[in-house]
Design a protein around this ligand. Sequence first.
Ligand code: KG4
Ligand code: ZN
Length: 372
Amino acid sequence: MTILGIETSCDETSIAILEASKKQAYFYIKPRAKIISSQIKIHAAYGGVVPMLASREHVKNLPIVYHKVIKQVFKTIKNAQSKIDLIAVTTGPGLIPALLIGVNFAKTLALAWRKPIIGVNHLEGHLLSFLLQQDTSQYTKNDFKKIFPAIALLVSGGHTQLIYVKNINHYQIIGETVDDAAGECFDKGARILGLGYPGGPAIAAQAQKLKIKNPPAGGIKLKITLPRPMLNSHNYDFSFSGLKTALLYSWQALNPKDKNTVIPNLADELQEAVTDVLVSKTLKASQQYQVKSIILGGGVTANQRLRNKFREQISQKKHSFNFYSPLLEYTTDNAMMIALAGFFNIKAKKLTESNFNWKQIDTDANLRLSYE
Ligand code: KG4
Ligand code: ZN
């Protein structure tokens, strides 16, 4: 089947076309095209995403992105209309003013084209994005048997969750952040250090400077240690708000003339603190739940230090877990992962008459990824 995916939950306007089908012995997945129109420059001035601005930009960009994708894959609207079998749209979690634009667009298409439509949980998209390759991929039942059960670490600007994945479509949240998300911690940390938005890539780039030149230009010998919040707590929850405050206090305590030279040290320590906690708790959960794999998903998993730390730790542990992370282009928000999650939802629940009822599709800012 050919699926049109639509994603507008935060600050990326994205539409993608995915071909996916269940053959006799395997799943066939072929990403055809995706366009992401990023609003980063607009929100950067405010140091974070402004919901109403995001909404306004989605209104402006969605028809343009749609037109481009359709032209690229189908040449004409008429052709697209006859080829597309399903519309998959993010219904939550996310910013309501932003979600509403994508959902309304998708419902209008479904109504006008008389096509089935399915609402997708954004986090399920992130979770499944490791299955997307640049070109065609095929997964047999045996492949899935090697992957699942798994523990998924979902880390983005809005979420930090550990999920026990019994199988595709069977999820249980076993831990999550009690305050800020990991990506939010990077974003707020970068703001403190004057590095701009989004903070994750900026923090990673500063930390990298330290690896190349240690001590950095101007040479400052300063050992700053930040806390590893909830590292040894007896649950799988996280907390990153105190870490950001600790960074702020360390920054404020510095002699102003040292501030510039010490940015790479602080960025590196923030990156180490966040990744230490994420890796340690994910491994602990994977051992306790005796899973076969660890799956990463979400914008923060673009972080190379996080990926490397996982690989190092997994190779040292007695339990050998398979390790899956998405291609870089599928780490941050995109509509291809939404189309993919839409496909697996249809496969699990089968396409029914109710999928033709666009009236049933609604947004939910706090949609939870927990179903048996
Ligand atoms: O998944 P995503 O695109 O959007 C949400 O659903 O929130 O994730 C965006 C988050 C931002 O907080 C951004 O700072 C973070 O992902 N991020 C990174 C990196 N690239 C993006 N964090 C750490 N290292 C990176 N390289
Ligand atoms: Zn996301």
